[in-house]
Design a protein around this ligand. Structure first.
Ligand code: GAL
Length: 442
């Protein structure tokens, strides 16, 4: 076969995504730390502990790794509970530390994308009712204002809230995330507060920074009716799609939040996304099930012949990436893949998964979809929320005890793609020859 290259646009952002609680360690003043202390909350009773020890300084060596591996961008989050440890107290030394990290990225020639809320929150907010508290948007806004004033000179790309749809589902329907509720009651109020908080933050950031680009990172899940002929399966898949995927970005586009039969006008949210961040991991089959009202009458599963990740968490369905980007077009804003990856300690699936998903991103780019960057989840194995350390998403393997890092083969694979801004047939032949004919047909 002749040599061929799949090129990405000039200036494309290539990086990894991380989140404060998952990498910093010793975040003792937030709701996740408290959650980890409760028996039965985290697989095997595991704890975040030192995590990747970024608060102990190891972000430096990890940023070196990323930069040496040709990544030109990095997405990280700021831990609210560190910057504002009590409602009436700002910790300037924490701000200095984040400033140093952002300078560290700049020195390494990497563009930062900063997430202002990535699942964890200060304990004092939890005590006030967390995202159900009527004043939560205002409180979040004060934190955002402080951050943009202190760190704005280093950052233009802001994600206000990471995956409001996952937080809503995991914390208010599935009992997986704190506060561990399992009822529809407060859910709509929480969704409303996420939307209001994002809108307020959006306007604040723009007031303080003319050049800012502000959006959310949404977890896009592909939902396919299990039996395409079944109107009930189609109905259930649609209902899931409209609540899980559409609800938040729609609200930010039109200024109205809709969830099943509920609807609320939030006019200040209209037109408050400068880009849409998409986190894409997998696709579900959806079968209607009358016995699952709490899960919107849906039984979700992977196809029996799907290629599964080692813990069965992810089915490798790269076409869903293209579907997500195509869907994202309707918002008429630039699109950024803010997360994509797979848990795979042995790195058997990751090379293939990575190439196949990037191939779909490339396809989208070639249809002229405005895709501006890709952030892999994640740089180094980290603390995976209720799944603890049982899932290894890192390009680099982490020994949690010794804090030693070891390179997985995907590091060099991704590094070559980032350096060349290209997926070459030669690279595919070396890392995943089995998919060569599919990606580069004769
Ligand atoms: C996302 C989340 C990340 C990470 C990832 C892999 O939903 O934003 O923090 O945990 O899933 O599990």
């Amino acid at each position: 076969m002749a040599q061929a290259n799949l090129l990405f646009p000039r200036g494309f952002l290539w990086g990894c995504a991380t989140a404060a609680h998952q990498v910093e360690g010793q975040n003792t003043n937030n709701n996740w730390w408290a959650w980890e202390q409760q028996p039965g909350r985290i697989i095997n009773g595991e704890k975040s502990g030192k995590a990747c020890d970024w608060w102990g300084g190891r972000w430096r060596e990890d940023f070196d790794r990323a930069a040496e591996a040709n990544q030109n961008a990095h997405r990280l989050s700021i831990e609210w509970s560190r910057v504002q440890p009590a409602p009436d107290r700002w910790d300037e030394s924490a701000l200095d530390y984040y400033r140093e990290m952002l300078q560290g990225l700049a020195e390494r020639g990497m563009t930062p994308m900063v997430t202002l809320h990535h699942f964890s929150e200060p304990l004092w907010l939890t005590e006030r009712g967390s995202w159900e508290a009527p004043e939560v948007a205002e409180l979040f806004n004060r934190f955002v204002e402080k951050i943009v004033e202190a760190l704005g000179e280093y950052v233009n790309l802001w994600v206000t809230i990471n995956e409001p749809n996952v937080m809503l589902t995991s914390a208010y329907f599935m009992d997986d995330f704190p506060p561990g509720k399992n009822d529809f009651g407060p859910a709509f109020r929480v969704a409303e507060n996420f939307t209001k908080a994002h809108a307020m933050a959006y306007h604040t950031i723009h007031r303080l920074q003319v050049s800012a680009r502000v959006g959310i990172a949404l977890n896009y899940r592909s939902f396919t009716p299990a039996r395409s002929w079944s109107p009930l399966d189609r109905w259930a898949a649609n209902l899931l799609g409209s609540s899980f995927n559409h609800m938040f970005p729609d609200a930010l586009q039109i200024g109205r939040l809709r969830f099943i039969a509920l609807s609320k006008s939030i006019p200040q949210a209209k037109g408050t996304q400068d880009f849409l961040g998409i986190n894409y991991y997998s696709r579900d089959q959806v079968a209607f099930n009358l016995l699952k009202p709490g899960e919107l009458f849906a039984r979700r599963f992977y196809l029996p012949d799907a290629e599964l990740s080692p813990t069965g968490f992810i089915a490798n369905v790269p076409e869903g990436m293209f579907e997500a980007l195509k869907w994202g077009l309707k918002f008429n804003v630039p699109l950024i893949i803010t997360e994509n990856g797979v848990e795979d300690a042995d790195d058997h699936l990751r090379p293939r998964y990575l190439i196949q998903h990037l191939h779909q991103v490339w396809r989208a780019v070639n249809f002229n979809f405005p895709v501006k960057g890709y952030f892999h989840w994640t740089l180094v194995d980290n603390f995976e929320w209720e799944r603890g350390w049982s899932q290894r998403f890192g390009l680099w393997e982490l020994d949690v005890e010794t804090q030693a890092r070891r390179k997985r083969p995907s590091v060099d694979l991704y590094s070559e793609i980032c350096r060349e801004n290209t997926i070459s047939s030669d690279l595919v032949a070396r890392y995943a020859p089995e998919i060569l004919p599919k990606i580069f047909p004769d």
